[in-house]
Design a protein around this ligand. Structure first.
Ligand SMILES: NC(=O)c1ccc[n+]([C@@H]2O[C@H](COP(=O)([O-])OP(=O)(O)OC[C@H]3O[C@@H](n4cnc5c(N)ncnc54)[C@H](O)[C@@H]3O)[C@@H](O)[C@H]2O)c1
Length: 255
């Protein structure tokens, strides 16, 4: 009899998880969108931006210290998201969801909207939305920011014309709390799934990384897809070394 490959084992696991609503939880990170041309955090800090540490660009403190610099960095990343298209990995996940409604729940650390554009109906977004804006000082003014990225002059975050409050990107910065609703929902999904598929995350950012341990403690099979080692490899039952766009279509096709 031919030996089962790691991929066969995961496919059998996915077929089992597909038998139950909420059976499959998928956790994605920046690597999921790398083949769509959106740099991972590490890559986004390269080139022009390599002399800044992430806390200077992705923190409230850094924004208050230099709003123009931080706004410009996000404006570039936002344009990158608008120019990008979902890759074969995003599409494979969305197709699986459409074949098995209610089975799969998708939790992402990504601030892009590529899962949604691939057709994923519902996504738990732990770290916000880079295309959204919110006021820096909540409650300072009742007007909502209506910031069209096209209107934002390079290097100048829009200000409220009434109170001078600055608009900031609608993402979770270092040192900020995640939305309690999104985190609790993700934790419940991790606790209750039969299989957790973890794609393109370094496992270095908390509390998102803690979802993997929760799934494992809850009895789920944990499968990682990543071309490189990650900090959570030891928690996985199986690690598939490859990229999202290469591995996911074959893994999910026909399951
Ligand atoms: N696309 C986005 O929305 C985006 C991009 C950059 C950073 N971020 C934010 O930065 C934080 C960083 O944490 P993180 O763990 O998500 O990312 P990370 O940058 O820390 O790690 C990326 C991981 O993806 C892997 N990877 C690289 N290319 C891949 C590919 N083609 N397929 C599969 N895996 C691949 C890398 O080996 C690495 O382990 C997140 O909180 C996220 O909010 C988001």
């Amino acid at each position: 009899m031919p030996r089962m490959t790691a991929t066969d084992t995961v496919r059998a696991e996915l077929a089992r998880a597909a038998g139950r609503p909420g059976g499959l939880a998928v956790l994605t990170g920046a690597g999921m969108s790398a083949e769509s041309g959106i740099p991972t955090f590490r890559d986004a800090m390269s080139g022009l931006w390599s002399r800044f540490d992430p806390a200077q660009l992705a923190s409230e403190e850094g924004f208050r210290a230099n709003p123009a610099r931080v706004w410009q960095w996000y404006a570039e990343r936002r344009q990158g998201v608008l120019d990008a298209q979902p890759n074969a990995g995003h599409r494979a996940l969305a197709d699986f969801q459409q074949r098995h409604p209610g089975v799969m729940t998708l939790i992402t650390q990504n601030v892009d909207d590529l899962h949604q554009r691939a057709g994923q109906p519902e996504v738990v977004r732990l770290h916000g939305d880079i295309l959204a804006v919110q006021w820096l000082d909540e409650g300072a003014c009742r007007k909502r920011p209506r910031c069209d990225p096209a209107e934002a002059a390079p290097g100048r975050p829009p200000r409220c014309v009434h109170c001078g409050n600055l608009a900031r990107p609608g993402v979770v910065w270092f040192g900020e709390m995640l939305s309690v609703g999104a985190l609790e929902r993700a934790q419940r999904l991790a606790d209750e799934c039969d299989t957790m598929l973890v794609v393109g995350t370094s496992g270095a950012v908390w509390p998102a990384a803690g979802l993997v341990g929760r799934a494992r403690r809850g009895g789920a099979q944990v499968v990682i897809v990543n071309p490189e080692e990650s900090e959570i490899d030891a928690q996985a039952h199986l690690v598939l070394r490859g990229t999202a766009a290469r591995v996911l279509p074959g893994l999910l096709a026909g399951v």
